[in-house]
Design a protein around this ligand. Structure first.
Ligand code: 2AM
Length: 184
């Protein structure tokens, strides 16, 4: 089972990201992420035997236990990969974003200790909006990218997702387990 763990975003942030994505779709050729699929990946596990899902869920609970909700602001747009086929994302900013990185590190460490290695790329707080984005073409035809909609919100939900890749369609993400960040 292909698994990843992600922080989910409050409704206000999802709405702002949806607005930004709608504007991006006007000027960038690429594959837009579904507005019901926005998330901040904390740890990508890849294939894990189905028999270990409960163990992963318990690790997610343990990493989230005793942590408070994390407030964040949507930040500037950024990209990974080749400019003509880029992953286009919006970053998260604000003084508490370090707490999200700490949570990601803690979670990855616990998974590693259990023999469940995660994607080795360092954590960067971001929400992918588009894949295979042609950035030079957007610059040529529209003078660049739109300014993202500003939004602030509090992250309090961390979810273990199953990801199923589908040919010619967006992947299907199914929530398997949810942990809450709660005020003490
Ligand atoms: P992203 O966080 O940059 O969007 C499910 O595939 C999620 O896990 C995606 O959001 C994806 O990228 C993230 N992810 C991190 N490492 C990955 C990897 N090696 N392969 C696929 N997805 C990965």
């Amino acid at each position: 089972m292909r698994l990843f763990v992600a922080a989910e975003l409050p409704q206000g942030m999802v709405e702002a990201l949806s607005e930004t994505l709608a504007e991006l779709r006007e000027c960038v050729h690429g594959r837009a992420v579904g507005t019901d699929q926005f998330h901040v990946t904390l740890a990508f596990l890849g294939e894990v035997p189905a028999t270990r899902v409960d163990e992963v869920a318990a690790i997610v609970d343990a990493a989230c236990a005793g942590r408070r909700p994390i407030s964040a602001t949507l930040g500037p747009l950024g990209s990974f990969g080749r400019d003509t086929s880029a992953t286009l994302w919006e970053g998260l900013a604000g003084p508490q974003v370090g707490a999200l990185a700490e949570l990601a590190d803690d979670l990855r460490g616990r998974l590693r200790d259990a023999g469940l290695p995660t994607d080795p790329k360092g954590f960067l707080a971001h929400v992918t909006l588009m894949r295979r984005a042609d950035l030079p073409r957007a610059a040529r035809e529209h003078g660049g990218l739109p300014m993202p909609t500003v939004a602030h919100g509090v992250i309090d939900t961390v979810t273990l997702f199953r990801s199923e890749l589908c040919r010619d369609r967006a992947p299907v993400y199914t929530p398997l387990h949810e942990a809450r960040l709660a005020e003490p």
